[in-house]
Design a protein around this ligand. Sequence first.
Ligand SMILES: Nc1ncnc2c1ncn2[C@@H]1O[C@H](COP(=O)(O)OP(=O)(O)OP(=O)(O)O)[C@@H](O)[C@H]1O
Length: 237
Amino acid sequence: MLRLEDVTIRFGGLTAVNRVSMEIASDEVVGLVGPNGAGKTTLFNAISGLVKPSSGQIVFNTANVLKTPLHARARLGIGRSFQIPQPMHELTVRENLQVAQRFGTGKVDQKKIDEILDFLELSGKAQCNAATELALTELKALEVAKALATEPKLLLLDEVLAGLETNGKRRFMQTLMSLHKKYGIGILIIEHDIETISKLCSRVCVLNFGELIADGTPDEVFNDPQVIKSYTGGGHD
Ligand SMILES: Nc1ncnc2c1ncn2[C@@H]1O[C@H](COP(=O)(O)OP(=O)(O)OP(=O)(O)O)[C@@H](O)[C@H]1O
């Protein structure tokens, strides 16, 4: 479904992502991990159109993502959540979803929004101000709900589980898994916690200094000496 070919992203003299190639299928939940500054969010930004790669290709189904204008990119079916929740201020939770849905699909479907609110346990908060009246777990749920409202085939989730306490995290993980199963949406998720990634993902890709250094099952990847070295402060060979 999503194919990255030799993607390189430079900021001046800094190569944040270096010749990364990977594929994600719609039936996969894939973890994107790596130390701080490895290039994970930058890669998400390139896929969702916020950053232009210096070279390489990004293909979603048959569409050339890099040639698709930003406003049309959500309609390709790529939804995204942000590391720091970004609710639209002054709007209620429901209105946030309406805006996201119109952006992603060109229409507002209240029935679908009710279903998403229910699914993410936000029904009771629908009329609340999204920026001021939600707890952290609810803000994270709203991030996923907004991405879901665009009716994606692939969800890019940037640290949606970070900062949640154990029970909140467990429930949120269950929600993500049922989301994947119920709607058949592929998920690419950035997450630092290895245990969480191992439970959630069938495959893990590891970035280090912008390079893809491993791609395999959680077991394979987290026992890979090069990956262990990257996490314990080892740099380039
Ligand atoms: N707009 C930008 N301009 C210049 N440098 C940037 C920009 N965005 C990211 N970088 C740099 O690119 C590198 C990769 O950053 P990125 O945020 O993608 O890493 P990350 O793996 O997501 O890190 P973290 O786990 O801490 O969120 C870092 O060195 C960062 O400082």
